[in-house]
Design a protein around this ligand. Structure first.
Ligand code: FAD
Ligand code: UDP
Length: 402
Protein backbone atom coordinates (compact mmCIF):
# COMPACT_ATOMS: atom_id res chain seq x y z
CA UNK A 1 0.00 0.00 0.00
CA UNK A 2 2.84 2.32 0.95
CA UNK A 3 4.54 1.71 -2.40
CA UNK A 4 1.32 2.36 -4.28
CA UNK A 5 1.01 5.73 -2.58
CA UNK A 6 4.57 6.54 -3.57
CA UNK A 7 3.94 5.59 -7.15
CA UNK A 8 0.81 7.73 -7.33
CA UNK A 9 2.77 10.65 -5.96
CA UNK A 10 5.45 10.04 -8.56
CA UNK A 11 2.85 10.08 -11.32
CA UNK A 12 1.34 13.31 -9.96
CA UNK A 13 4.83 14.81 -9.66
CA UNK A 14 5.51 14.02 -13.30
CA UNK A 15 2.24 15.64 -14.42
CA UNK A 16 2.97 18.72 -12.34
CA UNK A 17 6.48 18.99 -13.69
CA UNK A 18 5.06 19.85 -17.10
CA UNK A 19 3.38 23.07 -15.93
CA UNK A 20 5.12 24.09 -12.70
CA UNK A 21 8.64 22.75 -12.37
CA UNK A 22 9.18 21.76 -8.74
CA UNK A 23 12.88 22.13 -7.98
CA UNK A 24 12.76 21.42 -4.29
CA UNK A 25 15.02 18.50 -3.47
CA UNK A 26 12.93 15.46 -2.74
CA UNK A 27 13.90 13.27 0.15
CA UNK A 28 13.97 9.60 -0.77
CA UNK A 29 10.85 8.04 0.66
CA UNK A 30 11.94 4.45 0.85
CA UNK A 31 15.25 2.67 0.71
CA UNK A 32 16.12 -0.69 -0.83
CA UNK A 33 19.52 -2.21 -1.41
CA UNK A 34 18.54 -3.20 -4.91
CA UNK A 35 15.81 -2.06 -7.28
CA UNK A 36 15.08 -4.64 -9.98
CA UNK A 37 13.20 -3.69 -13.13
CA UNK A 38 11.40 -6.63 -14.74
CA UNK A 39 10.03 -9.75 -13.04
CA UNK A 40 10.84 -12.23 -15.81
CA UNK A 41 13.55 -14.87 -15.47
CA UNK A 42 16.42 -12.37 -15.36
CA UNK A 43 14.90 -10.14 -12.67
CA UNK A 44 13.32 -12.89 -10.58
CA UNK A 45 16.45 -15.07 -10.40
CA UNK A 46 18.52 -12.05 -9.30
CA UNK A 47 15.90 -11.01 -6.76
CA UNK A 48 15.90 -14.50 -5.26
CA UNK A 49 19.71 -14.78 -5.15
CA UNK A 50 20.29 -11.28 -3.78
CA UNK A 51 17.63 -11.64 -1.11
CA UNK A 52 18.24 -15.16 0.09
CA UNK A 53 22.03 -15.47 -0.34
CA UNK A 54 23.19 -11.89 0.32
CA UNK A 55 20.45 -10.64 2.61
CA UNK A 56 19.73 -7.71 0.30
CA UNK A 57 16.46 -5.84 0.56
CA UNK A 58 14.99 -5.96 -2.90
CA UNK A 59 12.18 -4.12 -4.62
CA UNK A 60 11.23 -5.77 -7.94
CA UNK A 61 8.84 -3.96 -10.27
CA UNK A 62 7.22 -4.87 -13.58
CA UNK A 63 5.07 -2.71 -15.80
CA UNK A 64 2.89 -5.69 -16.62
CA UNK A 65 0.18 -6.69 -14.14
CA UNK A 66 1.94 -9.98 -13.32
CA UNK A 67 5.29 -11.64 -12.66
CA UNK A 68 6.95 -14.19 -14.98
CA UNK A 69 7.74 -11.91 -17.93
CA UNK A 70 7.12 -13.63 -21.23
CA UNK A 71 6.90 -17.01 -19.52
CA UNK A 72 3.70 -15.98 -17.69
CA UNK A 73 0.96 -18.63 -17.81
CA UNK A 74 -2.59 -18.59 -16.48
CA UNK A 75 -5.94 -20.34 -16.65
CA UNK A 76 -8.18 -18.94 -19.38
CA UNK A 77 -11.94 -18.37 -19.03
CA UNK A 78 -12.70 -22.11 -19.31
CA UNK A 79 -9.96 -23.11 -16.91
CA UNK A 80 -7.43 -24.33 -19.47
CA UNK A 81 -3.82 -23.36 -18.71
CA UNK A 82 -2.39 -21.16 -21.47
CA UNK A 83 0.83 -19.24 -22.01
CA UNK A 84 -0.20 -15.64 -22.54
CA UNK A 85 2.87 -14.75 -24.62
CA UNK A 86 3.19 -17.91 -26.68
CA UNK A 87 4.48 -21.41 -25.96
CA UNK A 88 7.38 -21.73 -23.53
CA UNK A 89 9.07 -25.11 -23.50
CA UNK A 90 11.84 -25.62 -21.00
CA UNK A 91 14.98 -27.42 -22.12
CA UNK A 92 18.61 -27.17 -21.06
CA UNK A 93 21.93 -28.95 -21.00
CA UNK A 94 22.91 -27.12 -17.84
CA UNK A 95 22.63 -29.27 -14.72
CA UNK A 96 23.23 -26.12 -12.67
CA UNK A 97 20.28 -24.23 -14.18
CA UNK A 98 17.99 -27.24 -13.88
CA UNK A 99 18.98 -27.85 -10.24
CA UNK A 100 18.50 -24.18 -9.41
CA UNK A 101 14.97 -23.98 -10.85
CA UNK A 102 14.10 -27.32 -9.24
CA UNK A 103 14.16 -25.54 -5.87
CA UNK A 104 11.02 -23.73 -6.90
CA UNK A 105 9.09 -26.29 -8.90
CA UNK A 106 8.49 -29.94 -9.49
CA UNK A 107 8.53 -31.00 -13.11
CA UNK A 108 6.44 -32.81 -15.67
CA UNK A 109 8.68 -34.71 -18.09
CA UNK A 110 7.91 -33.41 -21.57
CA UNK A 111 9.64 -33.77 -24.92
CA UNK A 112 8.49 -31.25 -27.49
CA UNK A 113 7.38 -32.42 -30.93
CA UNK A 114 6.52 -30.21 -33.88
CA UNK A 115 4.84 -30.98 -37.19
CA UNK A 116 5.04 -28.74 -40.24
CA UNK A 117 2.11 -28.46 -42.61
CA UNK A 118 3.28 -28.84 -46.20
CA UNK A 119 0.28 -28.77 -48.53
CA UNK A 120 -2.19 -31.10 -46.86
CA UNK A 121 0.50 -33.18 -45.17
CA UNK A 122 1.92 -32.93 -41.66
CA UNK A 123 5.58 -33.89 -41.46
CA UNK A 124 8.13 -33.88 -38.61
CA UNK A 125 10.08 -30.65 -38.06
CA UNK A 126 13.12 -30.52 -37.66
CA UNK A 127 13.46 -32.30 -40.97
CA UNK A 128 14.43 -35.92 -40.30
CA UNK A 129 14.48 -39.17 -42.27
CA UNK A 130 10.72 -39.58 -41.85
CA UNK A 131 10.15 -36.09 -43.27
CA UNK A 132 12.24 -36.91 -46.34
CA UNK A 133 10.56 -40.28 -46.89
CA UNK A 134 7.07 -38.77 -46.69
CA UNK A 135 7.75 -35.69 -48.82
CA UNK A 136 9.72 -37.39 -51.59
CA UNK A 137 8.05 -40.82 -51.46
CA UNK A 138 11.38 -42.42 -50.57
CA UNK A 139 12.41 -45.38 -48.49
CA UNK A 140 15.66 -44.13 -46.94
CA UNK A 141 16.59 -46.87 -44.50
CA UNK A 142 19.43 -45.45 -42.45
CA UNK A 143 21.48 -42.37 -41.58
CA UNK A 144 23.95 -42.95 -44.42
CA UNK A 145 21.23 -43.04 -47.05
CA UNK A 146 19.55 -39.94 -45.64
CA UNK A 147 22.88 -38.10 -45.41
CA UNK A 148 23.64 -39.09 -49.02
CA UNK A 149 20.25 -37.77 -50.15
CA UNK A 150 20.78 -34.44 -48.40
CA UNK A 151 24.35 -34.15 -49.70
CA UNK A 152 23.08 -34.63 -53.27
CA UNK A 153 20.78 -31.62 -52.82
CA UNK A 154 23.08 -29.38 -50.77
CA UNK A 155 24.50 -26.37 -52.60
CA UNK A 156 28.01 -25.34 -51.62
CA UNK A 157 28.27 -21.81 -50.22
CA UNK A 158 31.80 -20.41 -49.94
CA UNK A 159 31.29 -18.40 -46.73
CA UNK A 160 28.33 -19.35 -44.54
CA UNK A 161 27.19 -16.03 -43.12
CA UNK A 162 23.41 -15.75 -43.26
CA UNK A 163 20.38 -17.79 -42.27
CA UNK A 164 19.91 -18.65 -45.95
CA UNK A 165 23.51 -19.84 -46.42
CA UNK A 166 23.44 -22.16 -43.46
CA UNK A 167 20.33 -24.05 -44.64
CA UNK A 168 20.98 -24.07 -48.40
CA UNK A 169 24.54 -25.33 -47.86
CA UNK A 170 23.26 -28.20 -45.72
CA UNK A 171 20.04 -29.35 -47.44
CA UNK A 172 19.63 -27.45 -50.71
CA UNK A 173 17.26 -24.84 -52.03
CA UNK A 174 14.06 -26.85 -52.39
CA UNK A 175 13.91 -27.95 -48.75
CA UNK A 176 15.05 -24.49 -47.72
CA UNK A 177 12.15 -22.92 -49.59
CA UNK A 178 9.64 -25.45 -48.30
CA UNK A 179 10.52 -25.20 -44.61
CA UNK A 180 12.57 -22.09 -43.91
CA UNK A 181 12.17 -19.23 -46.36
CA UNK A 182 8.48 -18.44 -45.91
CA UNK A 183 8.42 -19.09 -42.16
CA UNK A 184 11.45 -16.87 -41.59
CA UNK A 185 10.16 -14.06 -43.80
CA UNK A 186 6.94 -14.07 -41.80
CA UNK A 187 8.59 -14.41 -38.41
CA UNK A 188 11.20 -11.71 -38.91
CA UNK A 189 9.82 -9.56 -41.73
CA UNK A 190 13.19 -10.17 -43.39
CA UNK A 191 14.52 -12.64 -45.90
CA UNK A 192 16.81 -15.28 -44.33
CA UNK A 193 19.63 -13.80 -46.43
CA UNK A 194 19.33 -10.67 -44.25
CA UNK A 195 19.56 -12.52 -40.93
CA UNK A 196 22.56 -13.85 -39.07
CA UNK A 197 23.10 -17.59 -39.51
CA UNK A 198 22.46 -18.11 -35.79
CA UNK A 199 18.68 -17.78 -36.36
CA UNK A 200 17.95 -20.78 -38.59
CA UNK A 201 20.90 -22.66 -37.04
CA UNK A 202 18.63 -23.12 -34.01
CA UNK A 203 16.78 -25.78 -36.01
CA UNK A 204 18.91 -28.80 -36.99
CA UNK A 205 18.38 -31.30 -39.80
CA UNK A 206 18.56 -34.98 -38.87
CA UNK A 207 19.33 -38.13 -40.76
CA UNK A 208 17.79 -40.36 -38.09
CA UNK A 209 14.11 -40.59 -37.13
CA UNK A 210 14.34 -38.63 -33.88
CA UNK A 211 11.31 -36.35 -34.06
CA UNK A 212 11.93 -34.35 -30.88
CA UNK A 213 12.36 -30.61 -31.35
CA UNK A 214 15.13 -30.48 -28.75
CA UNK A 215 17.79 -33.01 -27.76
CA UNK A 216 18.87 -31.36 -24.48
CA UNK A 217 19.63 -33.47 -21.41
CA UNK A 218 16.85 -31.84 -19.36
CA UNK A 219 13.44 -31.37 -20.93
CA UNK A 220 10.46 -30.74 -18.68
CA UNK A 221 7.62 -28.34 -17.89
CA UNK A 222 7.08 -26.81 -14.43
CA UNK A 223 4.39 -29.04 -12.93
CA UNK A 224 2.13 -26.23 -11.69
CA UNK A 225 3.14 -23.82 -14.43
CA UNK A 226 5.69 -21.03 -14.76
CA UNK A 227 3.76 -18.41 -12.81
CA UNK A 228 3.59 -20.65 -9.73
CA UNK A 229 7.34 -21.23 -10.01
CA UNK A 230 7.98 -17.47 -10.14
CA UNK A 231 5.72 -16.87 -7.16
CA UNK A 232 7.73 -19.34 -5.10
CA UNK A 233 10.99 -17.78 -6.24
CA UNK A 234 9.85 -14.33 -5.15
CA UNK A 235 8.24 -15.42 -1.89
CA UNK A 236 10.91 -14.12 0.48
CA UNK A 237 10.75 -11.67 3.37
CA UNK A 238 13.44 -9.48 1.78
CA UNK A 239 11.63 -9.19 -1.55
CA UNK A 240 8.86 -6.73 -2.26
CA UNK A 241 7.06 -7.27 -5.56
CA UNK A 242 5.11 -4.52 -7.33
CA UNK A 243 3.41 -5.21 -10.64
CA UNK A 244 1.78 -2.66 -12.93
CA UNK A 245 4.63 -0.29 -12.07
CA UNK A 246 6.88 1.61 -14.50
CA UNK A 247 10.56 1.96 -13.71
CA UNK A 248 10.46 5.70 -14.33
CA UNK A 249 7.61 6.20 -11.89
CA UNK A 250 9.41 4.44 -9.09
CA UNK A 251 13.07 5.31 -9.75
CA UNK A 252 13.16 8.77 -8.23
CA UNK A 253 10.94 7.89 -5.29
CA UNK A 254 12.93 4.95 -4.07
CA UNK A 255 16.52 5.20 -2.94
CA UNK A 256 18.57 2.19 -3.94
CA UNK A 257 22.25 1.31 -3.94
CA UNK A 258 22.09 -0.89 -7.01
CA UNK A 259 19.84 -1.23 -10.01
CA UNK A 260 19.21 -4.39 -12.02
CA UNK A 261 17.60 -3.50 -15.34
CA UNK A 262 16.06 -6.26 -17.50
CA UNK A 263 14.02 -4.14 -19.91
CA UNK A 264 15.17 -2.90 -23.34
CA UNK A 265 18.61 -1.28 -23.07
CA UNK A 266 17.79 1.37 -25.69
CA UNK A 267 14.76 2.44 -23.65
CA UNK A 268 16.95 2.78 -20.54
CA UNK A 269 19.15 5.28 -22.35
CA UNK A 270 16.17 7.18 -23.82
CA UNK A 271 16.92 5.89 -27.32
CA UNK A 272 19.97 8.15 -27.47
CA UNK A 273 21.39 6.40 -30.52
CA UNK A 274 18.01 5.48 -32.00
CA UNK A 275 15.85 2.43 -31.50
CA UNK A 276 17.15 -1.11 -31.46
CA UNK A 277 14.84 -3.17 -33.67
CA UNK A 278 12.70 -5.85 -32.01
CA UNK A 279 10.25 -8.25 -33.61
CA UNK A 280 6.85 -8.59 -32.02
CA UNK A 281 3.92 -11.00 -32.19
CA UNK A 282 0.17 -10.79 -31.94
CA UNK A 283 -1.39 -13.77 -30.22
CA UNK A 284 -4.87 -15.01 -31.05
CA UNK A 285 -6.02 -17.26 -28.21
CA UNK A 286 -9.01 -19.55 -28.83
CA UNK A 287 -10.81 -22.18 -26.80
CA UNK A 288 -12.57 -25.05 -28.55
CA UNK A 289 -15.22 -27.33 -27.03
CA UNK A 290 -13.31 -30.51 -27.90
CA UNK A 291 -10.64 -32.49 -26.11
CA UNK A 292 -7.85 -32.06 -28.62
CA UNK A 293 -7.27 -29.83 -31.63
CA UNK A 294 -4.06 -31.12 -33.25
CA UNK A 295 -1.76 -34.14 -32.78
CA UNK A 296 1.18 -32.28 -31.19
CA UNK A 297 1.81 -29.06 -29.22
CA UNK A 298 3.00 -27.08 -32.24
CA UNK A 299 2.01 -27.20 -35.87
CA UNK A 300 4.17 -24.88 -38.00
CA UNK A 301 2.96 -23.25 -41.22
CA UNK A 302 6.09 -22.58 -43.27
CA UNK A 303 4.24 -21.32 -46.39
CA UNK A 304 4.25 -17.58 -46.87
CA UNK A 305 0.55 -17.38 -47.79
CA UNK A 306 -0.68 -18.41 -44.31
CA UNK A 307 -0.44 -15.24 -42.20
CA UNK A 308 0.44 -16.98 -38.92
CA UNK A 309 3.59 -19.00 -38.24
CA UNK A 310 2.34 -21.65 -35.86
CA UNK A 311 -0.53 -22.95 -33.75
CA UNK A 312 0.12 -24.12 -30.19
CA UNK A 313 -2.17 -26.45 -28.27
CA UNK A 314 -1.27 -26.18 -24.59
CA UNK A 315 -2.69 -29.41 -23.22
CA UNK A 316 0.18 -31.30 -24.88
CA UNK A 317 2.62 -29.21 -22.84
CA UNK A 318 0.79 -29.26 -19.55
CA UNK A 319 -0.85 -32.67 -19.61
CA UNK A 320 -4.02 -31.03 -18.31
CA UNK A 321 -7.22 -33.08 -18.54
CA UNK A 322 -10.15 -30.90 -19.60
CA UNK A 323 -13.17 -31.31 -21.91
CA UNK A 324 -12.10 -28.14 -23.79
CA UNK A 325 -8.79 -27.23 -25.36
CA UNK A 326 -7.06 -23.90 -25.91
CA UNK A 327 -4.84 -22.89 -28.80
CA UNK A 328 -2.85 -19.84 -29.87
CA UNK A 329 -2.07 -18.51 -33.34
CA UNK A 330 1.07 -16.39 -33.67
CA UNK A 331 1.05 -13.46 -36.10
CA UNK A 332 4.45 -11.77 -36.35
CA UNK A 333 4.40 -7.95 -36.38
CA UNK A 334 6.78 -5.01 -36.41
CA UNK A 335 4.86 -3.07 -33.75
CA UNK A 336 4.06 -4.19 -30.22
CA UNK A 337 5.86 -5.52 -27.18
CA UNK A 338 9.56 -6.17 -27.85
CA UNK A 339 9.90 -9.98 -27.98
CA UNK A 340 12.78 -10.85 -30.28
CA UNK A 341 16.07 -8.95 -30.66
CA UNK A 342 16.84 -9.17 -34.41
CA UNK A 343 20.28 -10.74 -35.01
CA UNK A 344 21.87 -8.68 -37.80
CA UNK A 345 25.34 -7.12 -37.87
CA UNK A 346 24.09 -3.50 -37.89
CA UNK A 347 21.79 -4.16 -34.91
CA UNK A 348 24.66 -5.73 -33.03
CA UNK A 349 26.80 -2.67 -33.78
CA UNK A 350 24.07 -0.38 -32.42
CA UNK A 351 23.73 -2.56 -29.33
CA UNK A 352 27.50 -2.26 -28.79
CA UNK A 353 27.11 1.53 -28.58
CA UNK A 354 24.48 1.12 -25.88
CA UNK A 355 26.68 -1.45 -24.16
CA UNK A 356 29.44 1.18 -23.99
CA UNK A 357 27.01 3.53 -22.21
CA UNK A 358 26.12 0.70 -19.84
CA UNK A 359 29.80 0.20 -19.01
CA UNK A 360 29.84 3.77 -17.63
CA UNK A 361 27.14 2.81 -15.12
CA UNK A 362 28.80 0.28 -12.77
CA UNK A 363 25.93 0.59 -10.28
CA UNK A 364 23.53 -0.86 -12.87
CA UNK A 365 23.49 -4.50 -14.02
CA UNK A 366 21.92 -5.11 -17.43
CA UNK A 367 20.61 -8.66 -17.62
CA UNK A 368 18.26 -10.70 -19.83
CA UNK A 369 17.03 -10.92 -23.39
CA UNK A 370 16.15 -7.25 -23.81
CA UNK A 371 18.89 -5.58 -21.75
CA UNK A 372 21.68 -7.56 -23.43
CA UNK A 373 19.89 -7.72 -26.81
CA UNK A 374 20.44 -11.46 -27.18
CA UNK A 375 18.09 -14.08 -28.64
CA UNK A 376 18.36 -16.18 -25.48
CA UNK A 377 16.22 -19.09 -24.34
CA UNK A 378 14.94 -19.22 -20.77
CA UNK A 379 17.76 -21.43 -19.51
CA UNK A 380 20.37 -19.09 -21.00
CA UNK A 381 18.78 -16.14 -19.22
CA UNK A 382 18.80 -18.07 -15.93
CA UNK A 383 22.47 -18.93 -16.52
CA UNK A 384 23.27 -15.29 -17.29
CA UNK A 385 21.45 -14.11 -14.14
CA UNK A 386 23.25 -16.66 -11.95
CA UNK A 387 26.59 -15.56 -13.42
CA UNK A 388 25.70 -11.90 -12.78
CA UNK A 389 24.91 -12.73 -9.17
CA UNK A 390 28.25 -14.50 -8.73
CA UNK A 391 30.03 -11.39 -10.00
CA UNK A 392 28.08 -9.05 -7.73
CA UNK A 393 28.06 -11.12 -4.56
CA UNK A 394 31.58 -10.43 -3.24
CA UNK A 395 30.99 -6.65 -3.22
CA UNK A 396 27.66 -6.78 -1.38
CA UNK A 397 27.45 -6.12 2.30
CA UNK A 398 24.76 -8.04 4.08
CA UNK A 399 22.01 -5.63 4.96
CA UNK A 400 21.06 -5.50 8.63
CA UNK A 401 17.32 -5.08 9.16
CA UNK A 402 16.32 -2.12 11.31
P1 FAD B 1 11.24 -10.90 -20.08
O1 FAD B 1 10.56 -12.18 -19.81
O2 FAD B 1 10.86 -10.14 -21.31
O3 FAD B 1 11.06 -9.96 -18.79
C1 FAD B 1 11.36 -8.58 -18.80
C2 FAD B 1 10.28 -7.88 -18.02
O4 FAD B 1 10.66 -6.52 -17.82
C3 FAD B 1 8.94 -7.83 -18.73
O5 FAD B 1 7.95 -8.50 -17.97
C4 FAD B 1 8.65 -6.34 -18.89
O6 FAD B 1 7.28 -6.02 -18.69
C5 FAD B 1 9.51 -5.72 -17.81
N1 FAD B 1 9.92 -4.35 -18.12
C6 FAD B 1 10.63 -3.93 -19.18
N2 FAD B 1 10.84 -2.59 -19.11
C7 FAD B 1 10.25 -2.17 -17.96
C8 FAD B 1 10.12 -0.88 -17.33
N3 FAD B 1 10.65 0.23 -17.88
N4 FAD B 1 9.45 -0.80 -16.15
C9 FAD B 1 8.90 -1.93 -15.60
N5 FAD B 1 9.00 -3.16 -16.16
C10 FAD B 1 9.66 -3.27 -17.32
N6 FAD B 1 12.57 -19.72 -24.31
C11 FAD B 1 12.72 -21.04 -24.10
O7 FAD B 1 13.66 -21.44 -23.41
N7 FAD B 1 11.82 -21.95 -24.60
C12 FAD B 1 10.75 -21.56 -25.34
O8 FAD B 1 9.96 -22.40 -25.80
C13 FAD B 1 10.57 -20.17 -25.60
N8 FAD B 1 9.53 -19.76 -26.33
C14 FAD B 1 9.35 -18.42 -26.54
C15 FAD B 1 8.24 -18.01 -27.28
C16 FAD B 1 8.02 -16.68 -27.52
C17 FAD B 1 6.83 -16.26 -28.33
C18 FAD B 1 8.95 -15.70 -27.02
C19 FAD B 1 8.71 -14.24 -27.28
C20 FAD B 1 10.04 -16.10 -26.27
C21 FAD B 1 10.26 -17.46 -26.03
N9 FAD B 1 11.34 -17.91 -25.27
C22 FAD B 1 11.50 -19.26 -25.05
C23 FAD B 1 12.34 -16.96 -24.70
C24 FAD B 1 11.96 -16.55 -23.28
O9 FAD B 1 10.72 -15.87 -23.30
C25 FAD B 1 13.05 -15.63 -22.76
O10 FAD B 1 14.31 -16.22 -22.80
C26 FAD B 1 12.83 -15.20 -21.30
O11 FAD B 1 11.48 -15.04 -20.98
C27 FAD B 1 13.57 -13.89 -21.09
O12 FAD B 1 13.46 -13.48 -19.75
P2 FAD B 1 13.87 -11.99 -19.38
O13 FAD B 1 13.70 -11.86 -17.93
O14 FAD B 1 15.17 -11.66 -20.01
O15 FAD B 1 12.82 -11.06 -20.18
N1 UDP C 1 12.29 -21.72 -38.62
C1 UDP C 1 11.76 -21.95 -39.88
N2 UDP C 1 10.79 -22.90 -40.02
C2 UDP C 1 10.31 -23.60 -38.97
C3 UDP C 1 10.84 -23.37 -37.69
C4 UDP C 1 11.84 -22.41 -37.56
O1 UDP C 1 12.15 -21.29 -40.84
O2 UDP C 1 9.41 -24.44 -39.17
C5 UDP C 1 13.35 -20.69 -38.49
C6 UDP C 1 12.74 -19.31 -38.22
O3 UDP C 1 13.59 -18.34 -38.79
C7 UDP C 1 12.77 -19.23 -36.72
C8 UDP C 1 14.10 -19.91 -36.43
O4 UDP C 1 14.18 -20.97 -37.39
O5 UDP C 1 12.71 -17.91 -36.27
C9 UDP C 1 14.26 -20.46 -35.03
O6 UDP C 1 13.20 -21.35 -34.74
P1 UDP C 1 12.70 -21.60 -33.26
O7 UDP C 1 11.68 -22.66 -33.28
O8 UDP C 1 13.88 -21.78 -32.40
O9 UDP C 1 12.00 -20.18 -32.96
P2 UDP C 1 11.40 -19.58 -31.59
O10 UDP C 1 10.79 -20.71 -30.83
O11 UDP C 1 12.55 -18.92 -30.92
O12 UDP C 1 10.39 -18.60 -32.09
Amino acid sequence: IRMNALIERAAVARTKAVSTPDRRPKAPLAHYDVLIVGAGFAGSVLAERLASESGQRVLIVDRRPHVGGNAFDRLDHTGVMIHQYGPHIFHTNSAEVFAYLSRFTRWRPYEHRVLAQVGETLVPMPINRTTLNILFGLDLQNDEQAAGFLASRAEPVSVVRTSEDVVVSAIGRELYETFFRGYTRKQWGLDPSQLDKSVTSRVPTRTNTDDRYFTDTFQAMPLDGYTAMFERMLDHENIEVRTGVEYRDVARMVAHDRLVFTGPIDEFFDYRYGRLPYRSLKFRHETHPQETFQPVANVNFPDEATPFTRITEYKHLTGQMHPSTSITYEYPTAEGDPYYPIPRPENHALFKRYEALAAERPEVSFVGRLATYRYYNMDQVVGQALATYRKLAPSLKVSVSD
